[in-house]
Design a protein around this ligand. Structure first.
Ligand SMILES: [Zn+2]
Ligand SMILES: [Zn+2]
Length: 688
């Protein structure tokens, strides 16, 4: 017997018997052994007590310093949760599944229970206390591989019917002969693992909330109780996470949207159908107006198309039936229109734009043709999926379709990348990554020949390489008609959002039989690019509201300046100022209330109006104003001419030339009230 272990520092160890990662750690230092959470053997995560057999193995011991151990830690914390719930609510508790969540912003794990009595958020402190006790007991988690019938019998004895069902499933689907049970004191769970060596390794966790969840996600099944929590490798990481979640809660665009009068949803209109209020409409108009101007400069032609189209149009495009589950039901026509089998609320603008392209005979000299539209589309998202402006049923795309020759394609993709970056940087969203979405070669949902797909994927890679961008390739992320480049943006609290998209398409031109006449006088097939630099103004603004915590830059602010007279006697002068500001194109409002000046300032500050001018007797006599910035305070006296010049310059340059020098990111961090120290004080439940 010979076991050779290669460690990350390049050193090797030899054994003449089987060893475990924990034994190797013990040999290196007892301190390392006591800090071991799990191990990576030949690139695979395993228990610290896993057996390394005959042969050569690469071994990495994972401790609290290794992010790779987080999943094991979170999943083991879910076991501790189930153990605690079982202790508190007795043997009738049935535990089902409890995975770690690695990509969720808020949660780190959950466990679903079938409970003898209902519980809610108010019960979480008690459960968390019990979990803390279990961690304090440093109970080992011991793996045991059992033949299926023995494991099944044990779970049956414990009254764990869901586990029995899972075992039966594993047998019928994967024909497994044995399963692993993990014993943790008086608690036993069936699980693949891996887990921590003992519960004492869990240093920082928190239960967050309860929710209902159907067994296996199927509403025909029983509703279970889900308990969400999170766990981190150390207390500092947990506190930072909780501060981020709290910050996100304060920035929630659904709350700010209501407070600032930006948008609303009405039951009378329907779920997921946003109504833009005046303040929100101004933000949208500014954003779209700026982008429209940018598109004209870049040679795009604007078009407008209707919100519905014949069902057959979408059969040709392939959206129907491919998208069928995401569509509103079709609108059948009466007998008078017997030619038509119905209409659809449009899920995409492409087929309409294609008709505009087709209406004219094109020569290679006309190409590229770039047709742009802020086109509203409708998709029937499940009600559970709807979320403020970020998941809606009716939304607009800052859409365009470029029809070009194959030779022009890569230059067009390149200019779409440039436009997308221009949009993101103008809005201060400078932290982004780029993803290339490729087809999944094993899936049948993609239209068109493999050759055309290969060509389109290569075009995208060429552009990305030419621009020197780093981009991760992901299979299965393509649109059904072609591969794409996505921009995934990180907001100021570290959440990621997929925004701009550029899609290359050789397939719809084929399906719609598009043509242009080449220099050889023969007919050729153009290529299409679909692209949306913002993605959707609704979603984009939802994200911007959270990114700026409602405090928009001057050019986007619904009210740009509030004019605040200190007394009613000064109303006339104040009104003149408002009038002149408005004439100069500045969105100014007058606060004519009888309130004291302090209250007026507070009101404008809460409404996140960037600037205020305070008008007193002195200013009225001198024909000046006293300027105040929302967060930076008083800025001093100036003439109205200087004020107008300063404001219009800041608006025109989108903040590049600001009237009042704003420290970088001040607008973004000012709302952070919760420090990690505050949290330490209020988090007695988390362990040391
Ligand atoms: Zn497990
Ligand atoms: Zn399209």
């Amino acid at each position: 017997m010979s076991v050779t272990i290669k460690l990350p520092d390049g050193s090797t160890k030899h054994y003449d018997k089987c060893v475990t990662p924990l034994e190797v750690a013990e040999e290196i230092s007892p301190r390392l052994a006591s800090a071991t959470l799990a191990a990576e053997v030949d690139g695979k995560l395993v228990d610290a007590a896993a057996t390394l057999t005959e042969g050569e193995h690469e071994l990495k011991i994972l401790t609290h310093r290794d992010q790779a151990a987080l999943e094991v830690l979170r999943h083991s914390t879910a076991h501790v949760l189930a153990h605690a719930v079982r202790r508190l609510y007795g043997p009738k508790v049935q535990y089902t599944i409890g995975p770690a969540l690695m990509d969720d912003f808020q949660y780190g794990f959950y466990y679903d229970f079938d409970l003898p009595e209902p519980i809610g958020d108010q019960d979480l402190p008690k459960i968390q206390q019990e979990m803390k006790r279990i961690c304090g007991e440093k109970t080992p988690l011991l793996r045991e591989e059992l033949p299926v019938d023995k494991a099944r019998a044990e779970m049956k004895d414990l009254g764990q019917d869901y586990k029995v069902e899972m075992i039966d499933d594993l047998v019928s689907r994967e024909n497994v002969q044995s399963v692993s049970l993990y014993r943790q004191g008086d608690f036993v769970d069936m699980c693949r693992g891996p887990h921590l060596p003992n519960t004492g390794r869990i240093k920082a966790f928190k239960l967050i909330s309860t929710a209902g969840a159907y067994w296996r996600g199927d509403e025909k099944n029983k509703m279970l109780t889900r308990i969400y929590g999170t766990a981190f490798l150390d207390k500092k990481q947990l506190n930072e996470h909780l501060a981020r979640v709290e910050e996100a809660r304060k920035r929630d665009h659904r709350v700010l949207g209501k407070q600032l009068g930006l948008f609303l949803f009405s039951d009378a209109v329907g779920a997921g159908l946003p109504l833009w209020m005046p303040n929100g409409t101004i933000i949208r108009m500014e954003l779209e107006g700026w982008l429209r101007g940018e598109l004209l400069k870049r040679g795009y032609k604007p078009v407008i198309t209707p919100h519905i189209g014949k069902l057959d149009l979408y059969r040709t495009s392939g959206h129907y039936p491919y998208y069928e589950h995401g569509l509103f039901p079709t609108m059948p026509m009466g007998e008078d229109d017997s030619d038509d089998d119905g209409y659809l609320l449009k899920p995409m603008n492409c087929p309409h734009h294609i008709q505009i392209y087709k209406a004219v005979q094109h020569s290679y000299r006309d190409l590229p043709v770039r047709l742009s539209e802020f086109g509203t589309v409708y998709r029937f998202e499940q009600s559970g999926e709807l979320s403020g402006l970020t998941r809606v049923r009716g939304f607009t795309q800052d859409d365009a379709h470029i029809f070009c020759t194959p030779d022009q394609l890569e230059a067009e993709i390149e200019s779409c990348v440039d436009l997308t970056i221009c949009c993101l940087e103008t809005l201060g969203l400078t932290d982004y990554r780029v993803r290339i979405g490729l087809r999944d070669p094993d899936s049948a949902k993609y239209t068109g020949s493999p050759e055309r797909w290969d060509r389109a994927e290569q075009n995208i890679r060429n552009v990305v390489a030419k621009l020197g961008m780093t981009a991760a390739e992901e299979q299965g992320e393509a649109a059904f008609y072609g591969p794409k480049i996505d921009f995934i943006v990180k907001d100021c609290i570290g959440r990621e959002w997929q925004l701009g998209t550029i899609q290359v398409d050789y397939n719809l031109p084929e399906r719609f039989d598009l043509e242009y006449t080449g220099s050889d006088n023969a007919s050729h097939r153009p290529v299409m690019v679909h692209r949306a630099p913002l993605g959707s103004p609704e979603r984009f603004i939802g994200i911007l509201i959270e990114h700026f915590a409602g405090a928009f830059p001057l050019w986007l602010s619904p009210v740009q300046i509030s004019v605040l007279p200190v007394s009613e006697k000064l109303s006339d002068y104040a009104r003149q100022i408002v009038e002149q500001l408005r004439q100069a194109g500045v969105r100014a409002e007058l606060d004519e209330s009888a309130d004291k000046i302090g209250a007026k300032i507070r009101r404008a500050t809460i409404a996140k109006v960037p600037y205020m001018v305070i008008v007193g007797q002195k200013e009225a006599q001198a024909g000046t104003v006293a300027l105040r910035h929302r967060t930076l305070g008083d800025h001093g006296e100036m003439t109205l001419t200087d004020l107008i010049e300063g404001l219009t310059e800041e608006i025109r340059t989108k903040g590049a030339k600001a009237m009042v020098a704003l420290p970088q990111a001040a607008e973004q961090t000012e709302e952070i009230l919760t420090t990690t120290e505050d949290l330490e004080k209020t988090e007695p439940e988390t362990r040391n």
